[in-house]
Ligand binder design. Structure first.
Ligand SMILES: Cc1cc2nc3c(=O)[nH]c(=O)nc-3n(C[C@H](O)[C@H](O)[C@H](O)COP(=O)(O)OP(=O)(O)OC[C@H]3O[C@@H](n4cnc5c(N)ncnc54)[C@H](O)[C@@H]3O)c2cc1C
Length: 571
């Protein structure tokens, strides 16, 4: 009778953040649904209560079904029979349990049989599912595709596809091809329009597609003949009922075994255009990927939570030299650092989710009525924050997830290297998080805009000026010192970069600059958490110590670096 929501008070702490009042008000629009649907909330407290109760159900399914199934799914994996994917037995059971409980399509409006949940509780559910089974989290999390259909598809398409999610439809996001990985502008899958039939057809190959045999797929394809870049790409919906896409094979992977990664062959597959032609990559896929990056952030935190718990439990139980190994400074330091990174990741995950919630709610409201000037400015502010926080979150949460899983295995030592403990699977599952939905290097490419436009610095200054517990003023002083170092590093990189006719110097130091900003931002987030609840004090102190040392070392590296030094690194 495990409950992954109830046994983790950090979830409720983040759910009860003060900004939720604004988010719920925007999402529920004066609670206008209460007269139409008997399950719609009456007021703020009622809405929060419904999130809490729903997450309790998610927590129970995770603890009782998905978690216990994880080992079996990892051993069995999915198979391909007659060009179709067959899930492992446990995967099918997990999916059925979540569908029966009405937990697919959570963020969709009630008119499409969704729960109209904000992103925050939806992401919390994703974190819980990921803690139970990181691989299964992909199959469940691809309901993100429904959110993209809701945002950009026509009224008729929404009416056709969205209600299917609540009935358990699964989805896929078909972007990658053999020659188009990080560089999606190179996508070649061909979309051809047949004028007489008023019908689009897709032909070509996609690879590495998670749940590629899903019921509803969003496909990025080249609709404009003779083009070679992103402006020739459009987005399409493909419905599995046409049976015109074959699963050629599924990959033999290192981790997330239960999640089928498919190679797909499209042969005259009928498809529907979403939104406008040529906007596929520039607008729709960008939005889809931002949602999916938030999902991988949640997946990373969920896997990290599981890994941390395994490490802690083992360290308490295992005895060497006459005492529990948790009593050795080398071991408790590892565990404390893991906990600090986990809490920092979770804080930036829910901060980003709140930013997305505010701007997306305005976005949907703007389809029904025009926003006033103040609302437009508010939407813009939160959209900009969401844009720079999403890659920062994905980068840190996935890298920390890997570090936490690695260190947890180290705490287990020899036993962790065996298949006898879950940590071996968790390390393998963690490894994908900093690769898909854009590698860490590609997150840096997106996040560095937050450095060059000053967006991170502006937000850091906002945190710096906020009400923080006066007892911990010394931590604010430390963070101010780190900020001064960050500004010094940015100035030096900008100065040298301006002397060249290329951006190599900026690109070379981009990860260091983004990480410096990230350590300061997460330091402030943990300090804010500590102001709300002193339980986070130790993580806050430890994380800021860690961040201070990182920021100092990065500054030293940057200050001693010149443009000509890049030559040493070139291969
Ligand atoms: C298990 C799994 C599931 C997946 N699921 C899906 C899915 O559902 N849908 C989908 O469409 N795709 C999916 N993918 C594809 C995934 O998104 C890509 O693998 C990923 O984006 C990286 O592309 P690539 O593997 O071709 O690497 P490459 O693009 O070849 O990158 C190789 C290396 O070069 C670096 N690099 C490349 N370009 C740059 C640059 N501009 N600046 C700095 N460094 C750079 C990368 O960081 C990396 O280190 C999945 C992949 C895996 C492994």
């Amino acid at each position: 009778m495990a409950n992954f929501y109830r046994d983790n008070e950090d979830m409720k702490f983040h759910l009860e953040h003060p900004l939720m009042k604004k988010i719920v008000a925007l999402k529920e629009r004066n609670f206008e649904d209460k007269d139409k649907y008997d399950y719609a909330p009456l007021d703020f407290e009622d809405a929060m209560d419904s999130y809490d109760r729903t997450l309790e159900i998610v927590g129970e399914i995770c603890g009782d079904i998905i978690g216990p199934n994880a080992e079996g799914v990892d051993q069995e994996g999915p198979t391909v029979v007659n060009d179709r994917v067959i899930y492992a037995k446990g995967t099918a059971e997990n999916h059925e349990a979540l569908t029966k409980a009405g937990l697919i399509g959570m963020s969709l409006p009630r008119e499409y049989d969704g729960l109209n949940f904000p992103i925050v509780p939806y992401v919390m559910a994703a974190e819980l599912v990921s803690r139970a089974d990181g691989g299964f989290a992909n199959i469940w999390g691809l309901q993100d595709c429904a959110e993209t259909i809701h945002e950009f598809a026509s009224k008729e398409q929404k009416a056709e596809y969205l209600p299917r999610f609540a009935k358990g439809a699964t989805a896929a996001m078909d972007l990658t091809e053999p020659d188009a990985g990080s560089d999606l502008q190179a996508v070649q899958l061909k979309a051809t329009y047949n004028k007489e039939e008023d019908q689009w057809y897709l032909n070509g190959v996609k690879r590495f597609i998670t749940n590629g045999d899903g019921d509803v797929s969003l496909v990025l394809a080249r609709s404009e003949e003779g083009t070679t870049d992103g402006r020739g790409l459009s987005m399409f919906i493909y419905d599995k009922k046409h049976m015109a896409v074959k699963v050629r094979r599924i990959e033999h992977k290192m981790g997330i075994i239960g999640s089928p990664t498919c190679e797909l062959v499209f042969t005259n597959a009928p498809a529907e255009l979403v939104g406008s032609r040529k906007m596929g990559l520039i607008k729709y896929v960008m939005s889809l990927m931002n949602g999916a990056r938030l999902g991988v952030g949640a997946q990373s935190v969920g896997i990290a939570e599981a890994a941390y718990r395994e490490g802690l439990a083992y360290a308490k139980e295992r005895r060497q030299f006459g005492k529990a190994i948790i009593e050795f400074p080398a071991v408790y330091e590892m565990l404390t650092n893991m906990e600090a990174k986990l809490n920092a990741s979770r804080s930036v995950l829910y901060e980003t989710s709140r930013f997305v919630d505010v701007y997306k709610s305005y976005f949907h409201i703007s389809h029904d009525r025009s926003l006033d000037k103040e609302e437009r400015m508010d939407m813009k502010k939160y959209q900009k924050l969401a844009d720079v926080f999403t890659p920062l979150l994905k980068l840190f949460a996935s890298e920390f997830c890997n570090e936490i899983a690695y260190d947890s295995l180290q705490v287990h030592a020899g036993s962790g290297y065996m298949k006898d403990y879950p940590i071996e699977r968790l390390v393998r599952d963690a490894r994908i998080t900093n690769i898909y939905e854009g590698t860490t290097q590609l997150q840096v490419v997106a996040a560095v805009r937050g450095v060059t436009t000053g967006a991170y610095l502006n937000q850091i200054k906002e945190y710096e000026a906020s009400d923080l517990n006066p007892q911990y003023e010394y931590l604010r002083t430390t963070l101010k010192g780190m900020t001064a170092k960050y500004e010094e590093a940015v100035a030096k990189v900008n100065e040298i970069n301006a002397t060249a006719d290329h951006n190599d110097f900026l690109d070379f130091h981009a990860r260091r600059l983004v990480e410096m900003a990230g350590y300061i931002i997460m330091g402030y987030l943990l300090l804010t958490d500590t102001t709300r609840n002193d339980k986070y004090h130790s993580s806050c102190e430890v994380f800021i110590k860690m961040g201070k040392a990182k920021v100092a070392s990065y500054l030293e590296y940057i200050m001693s670096s010149e443009l000509k030094d890049l030559g040493i690194f070139k291969k």
